[in-house]
Design a protein around this ligand. Structure first.
Ligand SMILES: C[S@@+](CC[C@H](N)C(=O)[O-])C[C@H]1O[C@@H](n2cnc3c(N)ncnc32)[C@H](O)[C@@H]1O
Length: 248
């Protein structure tokens, strides 16, 4: 059995009880960069901890090599935990690992978890949906396999002002995304939030507007920590989101 376990955004208190139990029992834990740190303290002393990090801009283990490692430990009869950040089913390349396990005839179970999108909204003190103004939430990626903005963006959906949009892996491409959104009718003063290192000691919340955040990222470039961008009719505490990005 291979357990495909979600680690949550980084704060170990946001691990599920099931994830903590499986970590404590595991013989081997294969973890991503973003699923490291204090969450790994839940692994037992017997556990072999193997980093298979995949982080933008840094060399990383290729997916095939990760799949091969999972299979070889499982075939050796070990209790394998494959630990992935946030919720493993969201932009986590879970499907490739499921396919490899299925082809090899190795049973697996998925343990869901707290996605960084929910954790970012909670850290900012706001909901992801609003009864009257945000009746839909969409999770999108700001980077395709090339690392750039995907070429087949559904602009009508992404520029819909009545939706909360959460952009994963999008700090680098957000200036280009924002230009496209505004060209497709999204008001430049639409509330936006850059949520960096959610659930980690360096957590930083930068509320502002779509145009303001894009200008800041264009000027300063992306930080070296993971970040999410949320935009739409956000219920940013203390305002309508038209202020300058600032640390709360
Ligand atoms: C490969 S995706 C994995 C997403 C993950 N499965 C989830 O549900 O949060 C990695 C991206 O998720 C976002 N992310 C993951 N953890 C984060 C955190 N703790 N703080 C801010 N963004 C995070 C960033 O956009 C990062 O580039």
């Amino acid at each position: 059995m291979v357990w495909l376990v979600s680690a949550g955004p980084g704060d170990p208190e946001l691990l599920t009880l099931k994830a903590a139990r499986l970590l404590a029992q595991a013989d081997v834990v294969l973890f991503d960069d973003l699923a490291s740190g204090p969450v790994l303290d839940h692994a037992g002393p017997q556990a072999q901890l193997i980093a298979v990090g995949k982080r933008a801009g840094r060399p990383s283990a290729k997916q095939d090599a990760v799949n091969a490692l999972i299979l070889s430990h499982a075939r050796a009869g070990q209790q394998v935990v494959r630990l992935k950040s946030g919720d493993s089913g969201i932009f986590g390349r879970l499907e490739e690992e499921i396919q490899a396990l299925t082809r090899a005839g190795i049973p697996f179970q998925i343990v869901p978890g707290v996605t960084s999108a929910s954790a970012a909204a909670a850290a900012m003190g706001m909901p992801l949906t609003r009864r009257l103004t945000a009746r839909r939430v969409q999770f999108v990626t700001g980077a395709d396999v090339t690392g750039g903005l995907p070429g087949d963006i559904n602009w009508a959906a992404l520029a819909d002002p009545a939706v909360t949009t959460v952009v994963f892996m999008g700090q680098r491409s957000f200036p280009a995304l924002a230009r496209g959104l505004i060209a497709h009718g999204l008001p430049p003063d639409t509330p936006a939030l850059l949520a960096e290192a959610v659930g980690h000691p360096g957590q930083r919340m930068l509320p502002g507007t779509v145009a303001g955040l894009a200008a800041m990222l264009e000027r300063d470039g992306p930080a070296s920590v993971p970040g999410l961008i949320l935009y739409g009719p956000l219920a940013l505490p203390g305002g309508n989101g038209s202020g300058t990005p600032a640390t709360p």
